[in-house]
Design a protein around this ligand. Structure first.
Ligand SMILES: Nc1ncnc2c1ncn2[C@@H]1O[C@H](COP(=O)(O)OP(=O)(O)OP(=O)(O)O)[C@@H](O)[C@H]1O
Ligand SMILES: [Mg+2]
Length: 261
């Protein structure tokens, strides 16, 4: 009886969203072209990608392959020229600036290579910021909880320049987490860190992922990519291969996609 009801509800959700409810993110034939003067660059060439809830995924590829372009579109910072993008069941590909900003604030947490913290604010105030934009009255308590999650409960009043690089990135991750986003998007999150500090940050991402966060990491670094269960490789704006990485660096398997042919 209860099972019947669950199945019915699941079917209804599928009908409403028109997609499997486990698919957090679905992009289809996504294309993005940049034109400067006479030069035309096809930065994304009919990319298809489905990411499920709870995945930890790496997007890799050589410089200029389209990683940041894809990341910006996934993060609702930019839109594609054609193709569709559904995020948590909602078609966001046709939304205008304000609506896109609202989705971004509600559903996405960003982590950048250079941390992007505000220098005059304490760790706590930096983490609180996204909640103030969302007019949340419990902002301070939430920010404190997020800093505790990343292991910085004892650094709440430090300003960024009083923190190490790894600690700054933890503050940035706490800021990404505090709104409880559907996805955390990280662009080269360990790029400015020593390798052992980078490992700590990856361990933190693992813990967050095990606690249910969906995490997408853009990286040049194969070692970082190997920490993710799934790696999507881009080249010239196309997905050319997918690699499934076993936990703890067991043998990985690569599958060439049809786009590579
Ligand atoms: N704003 C822009 N205007 C014009 N061309 C752009 C713009 N942004 C990116 N491109 C071009 O689109 C292609 C993809 O760029 P993108 O920044 O997505 O690459 P990437 O994989 O992130 O590279 P990197 O590893 O160097 O960061 C490149 O050829 C780049 O020159
Ligand atoms: Mg880039």
């Amino acid at each position: 009886m209860v099972e019947d009801q669950r199945c019915r509800e699941k079917r209804q959700r599928q009908t409403v969203y028109g997609m499997d409810p486990q698919n957090l993110l679905e992009i289809t034939n996504l294309t993005k072209r940049y034109r400067i003067g006479d030069a035309d660059v096809l930065a994304l060439d009919a990319v298809n990608l489905v990411i499920s809830r709870g995945e930890m995924l790496a997007i890799t590829g050589p410089s200029g392959s389209g990683k940041s372009t894809l990341m910006n579109i996934l993060g609702c910072l930019d839109t594609a020229d054609s193709g569709s993008y559904r995020l948590a069941g909602e078609d966001v590909s046709k939304l205008a600036g304000d609506q896109l900003a609202a989705i971004r604030n509600r559903r996405i947490g960003f982590v950048f290579q250079n941390f992007n913290l505000l220098p005059r604010l304490s760790a706590l105030e930096n983490v609180e910021l996204p909640l103030l934009y969302a007019s949340r009255h419990d902002a301070k308590a939430q920010a404190r909880a997020a800093l505790t999650t990343v292991g910085l409960a004892d650094r709440t009043h430090h300003e960024p320049n009083q923190l190490s690089g790894g600690q700054r990135q933890r503050v940035a991750i706490a800021r990404a987490l505090v709104t409880d986003p559907a996805i955390i998007l990280a662009d080269e999150p360990t790029g400015n860190l020593d390798s052992h500090v980078g490992h700590d940050i990856l361990d933190l991402f693992h813990r967050l992922n095990q606690a249910g966060s969906t995490i997408i990491i853009v990286t040049h670094d194969h070692e970082v990519a190997r920490h993710c269960r799934r790696e999507v490789q881009l080249r010239d704006g196309r997905i050319v291969a997918e690699v499934q990485h076993a936990p703890h660096h067991q043998t990985s398997t690569t599958k060439e996609t049809t786009a590579a042919a």
